[in-house]
Design a binder for this molecule. Structure first.
Ligand SMILES: C[S@@+](CC[C@H](N)C(=O)[O-])C[C@H]1O[C@@H](n2cnc3c(N)ncnc32)[C@H](O)[C@@H]1O
Length: 292
């Protein structure tokens, strides 16, 4: 695997809110290509960062990138819903000084044609962040009923033409590649939705369902009080309004119950300069809390 050029999103703000202590224990639960993990590791002396990701290939890229700091980083493959068991095994529940989650697919996943995340590249309709198991996007597209597909496109993609699109998908089956699906969507959904490519919403909806991304995020949010030390800080970056809503609600509930304080009363967005140099950051939203 070739190293992928990568700019960690909202790095300055992540470091400002995480306030890394050289002796602290940190968790980067979305290690991806290791960009944020590296910035945390560079600020540690006796501290450690546990870098996890559900994607073995991304973890391997992160491991290569972080070779100079391997004494401070522990790499483990795990999805959010598996972290409770992992942290218990490592004896770190209640001891984390900071946790970072930078959600969504990584640059590597998005630009690798075989991973099937993007309509920009032709490849198999896969979209699994962890390729070791579970249904692919092709399984959903080719097996679900028209009603189930319409529900997914409407609920997770906010696709206004969900019913019409689901009908066209069922008629055109089997659809096996990203190009086949993108061309079908283009024939049903006119490309008049501003800057968005007509297939953007369809691909987003399928990806969220294939990876159970909202359920995973809920598992993460629910577990935070068990993992964080007093004074421990949590920083979460989302790229989708449904995800941001979950984070906002969970953080507000933690603040209302007195378990944590909000460090960001309003959502924090990337600077204009960052959006200009890294357009992938444009829909990023950051929220942070500190446990009491
Ligand atoms: C946007 S990338 C992170 C990029 C990383 N911060 C960096 O600077 O290189 C998100 C990563 O989170 C992983 N991921 C998403 N949902 C996950 C989950 N539920 N459990 C574990 N990893 C997840 C993806 O596989 C992907 O590699």
């Amino acid at each position: 695997m070739e190293p992928v050029e990568h700019f960690p999103v909202m790095l300055d703000q992540v470091l400002e809110y995480l306030r890394v202590r050289p002796d602290g224990l940190y968790a980067d639960v979305t290690a991806g290509l290791g960009g944020h993990t590296q910035a945390i590791a560079q600020r540690l002396t006796t501290g450690r960062v546990i870098a996890t990701d559900r994607d073995a290939e991304s973890l391997e890229l992160a491991r290569q990138r972080l070779k100079p700091w391997t004494d401070r980083v522990v790499f483990l493959q795990a999805r959010f819903s598996e972290l409770e068991a992992t942290y218990q095994r490592l004896g770190i529940c209640g001891r984390l000084a900071g946790l970072l989650a930078d959600l969504g697919p990584s640059r590597y996943q998005l630009t690798c044609p075989e991973r099937g995340f993007s309509f920009m590249f032709d490849g198999p309709l896969d979209m699994r962040m962890d390729r070791s198991g579970g249904p692919t996007a092709a399984d959903l597209i080719n097996k679900l009923s028209e009603r189930q597909l319409a529900e997914i496109l409407w609920r997770f993609g906010e696709e206004r033409r969900a019913k019409r699109l689901a009908r066209a998908i069922v008629r055109a089956r089997p659809l096996l590649t990203t190009r086949q699906l993108a061309e079908l969507v283009e024939s049903v959904v006119p490309g008049t939705t501003g800057r968005l490519h007509p297939a953007t919403r369809t691909f987003l909806a399928l990806r969220l369902v294939v990876n159970e991304e909202l359920a995973e995020l809920e598992a993460l949010l629910n577990a935070l009080p068990r993992w964080m030390a007093p004074g421990g800080r949590v920083v979460i970056i989302t790229f989708h309004s449904l995800e941001d809503r979950l984070v906002k609600r969970a953080f507000r509930a933690l603040a209302a119950s007195g378990k944590a304080s909000l460090l960001t009363r309003k959502v924090v967005r990337p600077s204009q300069e960052e959006v200009r140099t890294n357009p992938a950051s444009r829909s990023a939203k950051l929220r942070a809390i500190e446990f009491r």
